[in-house]
Design a protein. Structure first.
Lengths: 98, 727, 217, 98
C-alpha cells in the first residue's frame, strides 16, 4: 500500500438498491431537462461517506452495521489517495452493476 | 399450480381445494397469487370477521360506517369528518423508517380515497423496553419515518401514544390514524359501476415493492439465483403522495369520477376486485398497460405489487381525457389499464393475452370464515415484568413519584412529538401536551377533539375490562378537552388467533369494545385487524388501539391539561377506585400481572364524562385531566408540569392504603382545577373531593399525616427522561 | 393590497399563508401556480413553507427553477416585496435573491417548536410595525434551517433567535435576513402560523401587516 | 473515450465545503467508536449523484446550476465504466484537497 505510516482515506458510495424506489433520483431526472439538459437518463442519488481509518478491512463491517442500510442500499468501498484518485476498491456482497 | 404452491403462499390445503372447486380447475400462477392475497388474513379478516360483526355500527351522526376505506361522521353544516386507524407492524419491524412512513402514507390514502382532505395524523406505537438497543433503534427510526411522511406531505400530526413493554420486543406495533374533512355530499364510494367505464391507474409507477408472500412464486418461477428479483422493501415518497392527494381531490371536485379506491395491501388485486365486488360488475385489466419501474415484471408481480402512492379510479369514457389532463397538471402519471364489464369476472390480460380469469365473488366473498376456538388460559400467559425499582423505592411516595415520572410509559412524549409538524393547516387549537385530546378547528366554527389510546398491559390482565377501559380512557380524554364522542375507530393488534388463548383474548376484547361502545352510544366507524403478532418471545400483549373523534361547539372553551391559575382548588372527580394491581407502579416493582381488573360501572363513568365535559364547555374549569398510568399523583404532577405551577395537596384519612390512593389506577377518575365555586357546582353532578390548591413551585403532598415535597424542577427533569433515547 | 402566494408541487403551508395574508385589513391573497409566469398584478409575493419537489437533492434547489420563479426574480429586482418562509426562505437563497444557504439542523432532526425571535431591525418593509428589541413568539418547524452566510453584512440581519431558541444551529443566531436592497426577506420560523389567538400567538401577523403598510393601496 | 456508441455514465461527488459544519459526519464519527470501530477520523458525509449523459461536458454546468450549491458544497465529477472503475475526473473550480 502506498501510504505506509499514514492513515488511509476511504470513500464509501452508498446507493439505493436496484429495483428500490429512488424518489430523489426521479426528482432530479425530471428537473434536469427543464434546465436545458435533456439527454440525461438513469439518474440516482445516493450518499458519500469519506473517512480516515487505520484498518481498512473494517470498513465493510462499518457499512453493514452503520453506514448503509443494506435492506435498501448497496455500498461500494474504495481507497483514495489524498489527491482523490482511486487505489483499489471492493463492493458490498451483492452490489449490482448499473 | 398445485396444492403445495398454495401452501407455500400461505393458503391451507382445504382452501386450495375450495378454490379449485369454485373455479372448476386448477388456478394458474396469476390466479393463485391473487387468491393467496385476497384470502389472506390481512385482506379477508377470515379469523375476525364474525367477531367484528358484533360491534355497534349505527348512530345518528354516522355518515359512513365500516366497509369503505374510512368511516365518517357528520359535524354539521354539510361537513363530515372521516377517520380510520391502521397498522403497519410487520413492515416497521423489518425497516422501521420506511415501514412507519409508508404506514402513514397508506392511512392517508384511505382517507382521501373517500374524497376527504386529510387534516391530521395520530400515531400509536409499542416497543420493547428502551433498555434494549433494538427497541431504541426501532423507536428512533419509526418516529423519524412518521415525521418524514406527515411533515413532508403537510398533514399535521396532532397526537398519539407510545408504550414500552417487553412483549413487544420481537414485534413492535406501529399504528397510524388519519382524520379527513369532506363536504358530506362529496363523499365518494369505491363501488365500480357502469359497464364500459374506464379504469384509470394513477400515481407512481409499479415496481417489485412488497411482493410479500408471492415472492415464493418469484423464486419458483424465476430461479433462486436471480437475486435482483427478490421482493423489496416499500419506500415511501411523500412528495408523490402529496401530488396524488391534490390530484385526487381535484378530480373529485371537478366531478370527473364514478369511483375511487386506493392501492394498499395486495395492490391492484385487492383494489380492483373490491371495486368490482362492491359494484357487482366485472373488470378487464391489461397488466402491460401498467407503467412499470422495472420493465421485466411478470403479470402476477404487477397484480400483487404493493408499490406505494397509487390510486385507481373509474370514469366514463368521455371523461378520460379530462382525468388524464388533471393528472398531468399535478405531474402524476395516469393510464387507462382496463374497463368495467358485466361478466362479474376479473379478466387479467398480458398485452391482450388472457392470463387470469376469476369470478369476482370467488376472490372477494367466497373466502372461508373461521370460528375461533377460544379458551381462557389457566396459567399466566406473560412473565412478570422485570423490576426496575426496589421495594423501598416503590414504598416511598416521593421516590415512587419520581420513578413514575421517569418511566418510559409516562415521561413526556415531547422528544417524539417535537419531530412532528402539529400546526400545518392552521386548525390546531390544542397541540400535544396542551390538552388530553388534540383539538382542531372546523370550517363550521366548531371544533373536534381527537384521541388514541390502548394500554396493552391492562388488556393482557383482563381482555374484556381492559378493552372497556381503552374505550373509556379515550372518551375521558375527549371529555377533558370538552369533546363528546361521535365515532370510534380501532386497530386490533393480537397474536395468532388459531391459538385458543389468543382467540380468547380477541373474543373477550371485542366483546368489551362492543359493550363499551354501546354503553357510550358511540358507533364503530371502521378499523383494522393485525393478527399473528408473535416473535420468538411469544405473543404481544393483546392491544386494541382505540381512536375517537368528538365534537365541541366552542373552540374558545377547549379544555387544558395544565394548571392555569394560582389558588385554584384541585379536586379528584368521578367514580374512581384506584388499584395497584396492573398499574405502572406495579410494573416498575416487578409485580406479576393480575388475572382480573376490577368491575367497571360504565354508566357511572359515562355520567362523570358528561359532568366534566359540561363544566369544560361552560368554561368553568381551569384544567381537566383524566387519571391514567401512574394514578392520581402522577396526574396531578402532569397538570403541574404542563401548567408550570405547583400544588399543595392534603389527602385526609382513608382506609385505602396511601400508595394505592396515590398511584393506583382504574377508570373513571379525573383531576380538575378551578375556582372553588365552580368545583362545588361540579360536585352536584358527580362525586368530587377537593384535595388541594394550585400554587408554588413544588408538589407539596400530605397523605395520611405524612408529608413530602418534590420541586417542580426535579419533577421536570424526571419527566424529561425520554430525551435520553434520542440523544 | 394583493398578496400572491406561490404554490409548488410539494408546498404545504401555502393555504396557511393565504389565510394569514387575508387577515390583514383590506388585503386579499391569491395562489400563484408554479408553472405560470403571470404574477396577476400582485403587490407582494409570499414564497410559502413546505417541501417543494419533496426537498429532494437539496432543499429549494429544484423549485427555484420553476417558471413562476423567473417572474418572482424579475419582480424582486424591480423592488417588489418578497417574503420567504421556511421552504420559501430556502428557495430564495437558492435563487440568490437572499444571501447564504440553509443546511441540516445540527441535531439532524425535524423539530417543531415555538421560538422567541428578537427584532434587530424595525425599519424594513417586513418589520416596520415592530420596535427594535421586540420579542416575537412564532413557531418554527423544519429539519434544514441552519443558516450559513459566510460574508453576511450585519446590516442585513433582521431577526435573531433569542438565546436558547436557536435549535437549528444558525450562524450568530440569525433567524431572518433581508437582501441588500431591503425588499426581499426570508426566515425559517412561520409567521403565518402565529396570526390567530385560537391556534397560538398573533405575533406573526405584524410581519404581514408591515408589508401592507409599505405597499401603497 | 471507451464507450463510443454508448451513453457515458457519470458520477458526481458532492461534499460540504471545508469550514462548513458537517453534523452528519460528526454523528457518524461519534457512532463508530461505540460500535467497536475506534480508529476513525476525519469523517465527512456528502451526496452521490450518478447519471447517464450523452454530452459529458455538460455535467459541470449541471453541477453549478443544480446538483451542488457551490456556496456550501464542493463537487467532483468522474466518468465511470459499467464495472464502476474511474476513467477520468475533474473537480469543481475550487475543490479543496482534503
Ligand atoms: N407517539 C406519539 N405521537 C404524537 N404525539 C404523542 C405520541 N405519544 C404521545 N403524544 C402526545 O403526548 C401527549 C401526552 O401523551 P400521553 O401521556 O400518552 O397522554 P395520555 O396519558 O392522555 O394518553 C398527548 O398530547 C399525546 O397526544
Ligand atoms: Mg389521558
Amino acid at each position: 500500500m502506498k501510504y505506509i505510516g499514514r492513515v488511509p482515506r476511504v470513500r464509501v458510495l452508498i446507493r439505493p438498491k436496484e429495483g428500490i424506489l429512488d424518489p430523489q433520483g426521479k426528482a432530479v431526472a425530471r428537473a434536469l431537462p427543464a434546465l436545458g439538459f435533456p439527454a440525461v437518463d438513469n439518474v440516482h442519488v445516493g450518499r458519500l461517506v469519506e473517512l480516515d481509518v487505520e484498518d481498512v478491512s473494517q470498513v465493510e463491517a462499518m457499512c453493514e452495521r452503520l453506514l448503509a442500510n443494506t435492506l435498501i442500499e448497496d455500498y461500494e468501498v474504495a481507497l483514495v489517495s489524498p489527491d482523490g484518485e482511486h487505489q483499489s476498491q471492493t463492493a458490498g456482497p451483492d452490489a449490482p452493476r448499473r | 399450480m398445485s396444492r403445495s404452491d398454495a401452501v407455500a403462499l400461505g393458503l391451507t390445503e382445504d382452501e386450495y381445494d375450495g378454490i379449485v372447486q369454485i373455479i372448476g380447475r386448477q388456478p394458474n400462477a396469476v390466479e393463485l397469487s391473487m387468491f393467496s392475497l385476497m384470502w389472506s388474513e390481512h385482506c379477508s379478516y377470515k379469523h375476525s370477521k364474525k367477531l367484528l360483526r358484533t360491534l355497534p355500527v349505527e348512530g345518528p351522526r354516522l355518515v359512513l360506517g365500516p366497509g369503505e376505506n374510512a368511516g365518517a361522521v357528520d359535524i354539521g353544516e354539510g361537513w363530515s369528518v372521516a377517520f380510520k386507524v391502521e397498522s403497519h407492524n410487520h413492515p416497521s419491524a423489518v425497516e422501521p423508517f420506511q415501514g412507519a412512513a409508508t404506514g402513514v402514507g397508506g392511512i392517508l390514502r384511505d382517507v382521501f380515497a373517500i374524497g376527504a382532505r386529510p387534516i391530521a395524523v395520530l400515531d400509536s406505537l409499542r416497543f420493547g423496553e428502551p433498555t434494549s438497543e433494538r427497541s431504541r433503534y426501532l423507536l428512533e427510526h419509526a418516529v423519524a419515518g412518521i415525521g418524514h411522511y406527515g411533515n413532508s406531505i403537510g398533514v399535521a400530526n396532532v397526537g398519539g401514544e407510545v408504550y414500552f413493554e417487553a412483549p413487544y420486543e420481537q414485534n413492535c406495533l406501529v399504528n397510524a390514524m388519519a382524520i379527513g374533512l369532506v363536504r358530506t355530499e362529496e363523499l365518494i364510494k369505491s363501488a365500480a359501476a357502469g359497464v364500459g367505464n374506464q379504469l384509470v391507474l394513477f400515481g407512481a409507477a409499479t415496481g417489485r415493492d412488497g411482493i410479500g408472500g408471492a415472492s415464493v412464486l418469484a423464486s419458483a418461477e424465476l430461479g433462486d439465483a436471480d437475486a435482483s428479483k427478490r421482493p423489496t422493501v416499500q419506500i415511501g415518497d411523500p412528495f408523490e403522495e402529496k401530488k396524488l392527494l391534490e390530484c385526487s381531490l381535484e378530480l373529485l371536485q371537478r366531478g370527473l369520477l364514478v369511483a375511487l379506491q386506493d392501492l394498499g395491501a395486495a395492490g391492484l388485486t385487492s383494489s380492483s376486485s373490491e371495486m368490482a365486488s362492491k359494484g357487482e360488475v366485472g373488470l378487464e385489466i391489461d397488466v402491460r398497460k401498467v407503467p412499470l419501474r422495472e420493465a421485466d415484471m411478470e403479470p402476477f408481480e404487477i397484480m400483487v405489487s404493493e408499490s406505494q402512492e397509487r390510486m385507481l379510479c373509474v370514469c366514463t369514457p368521455e371523461r378520460v381525457a379530462e382525468v388524464l389532463a388533471v393528472c398531468e397538471r399535478w405531474e402524476v402519471g395516469g393510464t387507462v389499464i382496463g374497463s368495467i364489464t358485466d361478466t362479474r369476472h376479473m379478466h387479467i390480460f398480458d398485452d391482450g393475452v388472457l392470463v387470469g380469469d376469476i369470478p369476482v365473488e370467488a376472490l372477494v366473498d367466497d373466502v372461508p370464515l373461521y370460528d375461533l376456538e377460544p379458551a381462557a388460559p389457566d396459567a399466566p400467559l406473560y412473565p412478570a415484568p422485570v423490576a426496575t425499582i426496589s421495594a423501598d423505592q416503590a414504598g416511598d411516595p416521593r421516590s415512587a413519584l419520581i420513578a413514575l415520572l421517569r418511566s418510559p410509559n409516562i415521561a413526556s412524549r415531547k422528544p417524539l412529538f417535537e419531530q412532528y409538524d402539529c400546526l400545518v393547516g392552521s386548525r390546531t387549537v390544542r397541540r400535544p401536551e396542551q390538552a388530553d385530546a388534540a383539538v382542531l378547528l372546523m370550517p363550521t366554527g366548531s371544533a373536534i377533539a381527537i384521541s388514541i389510546d390502548g394500554n396493552g398491559r391492562r388488556v393482557a390482565s383482563d381482555p374484556y375490562r381492559g378493552a372497556v377501559e381503552a374505550v373509556l380512557e379515550c372518551a375521558a380524554n375527549l371529555a377533558c378537552a370538552g369533546g363528546e364522542p361521535l365515532g370510534l375507530t380501532n386497530c386490533l393488534n393480537f397474536g395468532n388467533p388459531e391459538k385458543p388463548h389468543i382467540a380468547w383474548q380477541l373474543t373477550e376484547a371485542i366483546r368489551g369494545l362492543g359493550d363499551a361502545c354501546r354503553a357510550l352510544d358511540v358507533p364503530v366507524v371502521g378499523g383494522n385487524v393485525s393478527l399473528y403478532n408473535e416473535g420468538g418471545g411469544g405473543p404481544i400483549y393483546p392491544t386494541p388501539v382505540v381512536g375517537m373523534v368528538g365534537e365541541l361547539p366552542d373552540p374558545l372553551h377547549a379544555g387544558r391539561t395544565g394548571f392555569a391559575r394560582e389558588d385554584d382548588a384541585i379536586a379528584v372527580v368521578g367514580p374512581f377506585t384506584p388499584r395497584l394491581a396492573g398499574s405502572e407502579l406495579a410494573k416498575l416493582r416487578g409485580d406479576a400481572l393480575p388475572t382480573q381488573l376490577p368491575e367497571i360501572d360504565v354508566a357511572a363513568v359515562r355520567a362523570a364524562h358528561e359532568a366534566i365535559r359540561g363544566a369544560v364547555r361552560a368554561g368553568r374549569l381551569s384544567s381537566a385531566h383524566d387519571i391514567a398510568e401512574g394514578g392520581l399523583l402522577t396526574a396531578v404532577a402532569e397538570s403541574a408540569l404542563l401548567g408550570g405551577m405547583g400544588a399543595v395537596l392534603e389527602l385526609g384519612e382513608s382506609d385505602v392504603d396511601a400508595l394505592e390512593r396515590l398511584f393506583g389506577e382504574g377508570t373513571g377518575g379525573f383531576v380538575v382545577s378551578g375556582a372553588p365555586d365552580a368545583l362545588r357546582a361540579l360536585g352536584e353532578h358527580v362525586a368530587l373531593d377537593v384535595i388541594g390548591t394550585v400554587g408554588g413551585d413544588a408538589l407539596d403532598v400530605t397523605v395520611a399525616g405524612e408529608s413530602f415535597v418534590l420541586r417542580l424542577d426535579d419533577a421536570r427533569n424526571a419527566h424529561a427522561a425520554l430525551g435520553e433515547l434520542f440523544a | 393590497m394583493k398578496f400572491g402566494v406561490l404554490q409548488f408541487p410539494g408546498s404545504c403551508d401555502e393555504r396557511d399563508a393565504q389565510l394569514a395574508c387575508a387577515r390583514v385589513p383590506g388585503a386579499e391573497a391569491v395562489l400563484l401556480w408554479h408553472g405560470d409566469r403571470d404574477l396577476q398584478d400582485v403587490d407582494a409575493i409570499v414564497v410559502p413553507g413546505g417541501f417543494s419537489y419533496g426537498d429532494y437533492l437539496r432543499v429549494g434547489a429544484i423549485a427555484r427553477f420553476s417558471p413562476v420563479m423567473e417572474s418572482v426574480i424579475a419582480f424582486a429586482n424591480d423592488g417588489g416585496l418578497v417574503l420567504g418562509i421556511c421552504n420559501g426562505f430556502q428557495v430564495l437563497c437558492e435563487a440568490h435573491l437572499l444571501p447564504g444557504a440553509l443546511l441540516p439542523n445540527t441535531e439532524l432532526r425535524f423539530t417543531c417548536r415555538q421560538v422567541d425571535l428578537e427584532v434587530i431591525q424595525h425599519d424594513t418593509p417586513f418589520t416596520n410595525l415592530c420596535a427594535t428589541g421586540d420579542i416575537l413568539s412564532i413557531p418554527a418547524k423544519h429539519q434544514t434551517g441552519r443558516y450559513v452566510a459566510p460574508d453576511l453584512p450585519l446590516s442585513q440581519v433582521v431577526l435573531r433567535y433569542v438565546s436558547g431558541n436557536n435549535f437549528n444551529g444558525s450562524q450568530d443566531d440569525i433567524a431572518g435576513v433581508r437582501n441588500a436592497a431591503g425588499n426581499v426577506f426570508g426566515l425559517m420560523p412561520h409567521p403565518e402560523h402565529a396570526v390567530d389567538p385560537l391556534t397560538g400567538s398573533v405575533d406573526g401577523l405584524r410581519i404581514f401587516e408591515s408589508m401592507a403598510a409599505r405597499v401603497p393601496v
